[in-house]
Design a protein around this ligand. Structure first.
Ligand code: UDP
Length: 262
C-alpha cells in the first residue's frame, strides 16, 4: 500500500528550481506547486551587504504565513497554500511578473533621497511605484510606459495589480495598527496563475519585516530590515516582537489571536 503514503522527498534530493538572496524554491509535492524555503541570509544594497542572522528565516516564514492567510481570508488571491514546517511553505507555482510593486504611506528610504522629503512624514496619499526586477541593474524605477512597452505586464494586469495593492495596503495598515505598528511602506510581487485557459493575477513571494517598513506607533522604533541596513542590531528581537504582537507566537509558541496594543 506504498502508494497511499504521502510522497516524502528528503531535503537533499529535492530538485532546486531557484535560489534567491533570502529564499530557495524547490519542486513541490504535487504538480503546479513549489516549496518556498526561508533562509537566514540577510542582504541589502543589491547584495553588497550580507550577513547570516540566525532565526530570521523561521520568523519570516511564520509572519508571512499569517499575513497571506489573512489576505486569503478577505478574498485577495495569493500563491500561498500552507506552511509545511519551521522554514518552508507549500505555494502554487505562478509565472512571476518581473516587477517589485512598492506601496508607500509615509516618506522613508529611497523616496526620501530621491525627492528630498523629510523621513516619517505622512504622504498626501498612498503612492504605488514599480521597479523592474533586475539584480544586474539594481531594480530600476520604471513607469507604466516601460512596463507595457517591454511587455512585462499589459494595462489590464497593471490595473489588477494596482487594485490588489491598494486593498492589501488598506487591510495591512489596519492589521498592523491594531498591533501598535505603523506600516510605512512595503514591497509586493505578483504572479500569473493559470487555471486552464483562465489567468488570474495573484500575490506571490512574501510579506514580512524583510519586505516592509514597520515602526512602533508609540516609540517610533524600527521593527524591520532597516535594523540590518542601518546596523542598528536587535533584528531578531524586533521580528520576534512583530510576530508576538500579531499573535503568531503566543505564550510557549502557541498561536493565539492578535494582541491588541492600547
Ligand atoms: N523593498 C524590498 N525589496 C527590495 C527593495 C525594497 O522588500 O529589493 C521594500 C523595503 O523593505 C521597503 C520598501 O520596499 O519596505 C521601499 O523600499 P525603498 O524603495 O525605500 O528602498 P530601500 O530604501 O529599501 O533600498
Amino acid at each position: 500500500m506504498d502508494f497511499l503514503k504521502p510522497r516524502y522527498i528528503p531535503m537533499n534530493r529535492r530538485r532546486r528550481i531557484y535560489e534567491g538572496k533570502a529564499k530557495i524554491l524547490y519542486e513541490g509535492t504535487e504538480p503546479g506547486t513549489l516549496i518556498q524555503h526561508f533562509k537566514d541570509d540577510a542582504t541589502a544594497f543589491n547584495a553588497k551587504k550580507r550577513e547570516v542572522i540566525d532565526g530570521k528565516g523561521v520568523l519570516n516564514n511564520r509572519i508571512s504565513e499569517y499575513i497571506f492567510n489573512q489576505l486569503n481570508g478577505i478574498g485577495v488571491p495569493t500563491h500561498f497554500l500552507r506552511r509545511i514546517n519551521m522554514r518552508e511553505q507549500l505555494i502554487r507555482e505562478v509565472e512571476i511578473i518581473p516587477l517589485e510593486v512598492v506601496v508607500r504611506n509615509v516618506a522613508a528610504g529611497s523616496l526620501v533621497t530621491r525627492l528630498g522629503l523629510e523621513e516619517g512624514k505622512q504622504l498626501p496619499r498612498s503612492i504605488i511605484e514599480f521597479y523592474h526586477k533586475s539584480d544586474a541593474l539594481g531594480d530600476p524605477l520604471v513607469t507604466e510606459e516601460h512596463i507595457t512597452a517591454f511587455g512585462w505586464a499589459n494595462p489590464q494586469e497593471i490595473d489588477d495589480i494596482m487594485a490588489l495593492a491598494i486593498r492589501i495596503n488598506d487591510f495591512l495598515t489596519g492589521l498592523f495598527l491594531g498591533a501598535g505598528i505603523r506600516l510605512i511602506d512595503f514591497k509586493l510581487e505578483f504572479g500569473r496563475l493559470w487555471e486552464g485557459d483562465m489567468m488570474r493575477i495573484v500575490l506571490a513571494d512574501e510579506v514580512s519585516p524583510d519586505t516592509c517598513r514597520l515602526w512602533d506607533t508609540r516609540t517610533g522604533d524600527k521593527m524591520d530590515k532597516d535594523r540590518f541596513r542601518k546596523d542598528l542590531g536587535g533584528l531578531v528581537e524586533a521580528y520576534t516582537e512583530v510576530a508576538r504582537r500579531l499573535g503568531v507566537l503566543g505564550e510557549n509558541e502557541r498561536p493565539s489571536g492578535p494582541v491588541l496594543v492600547q
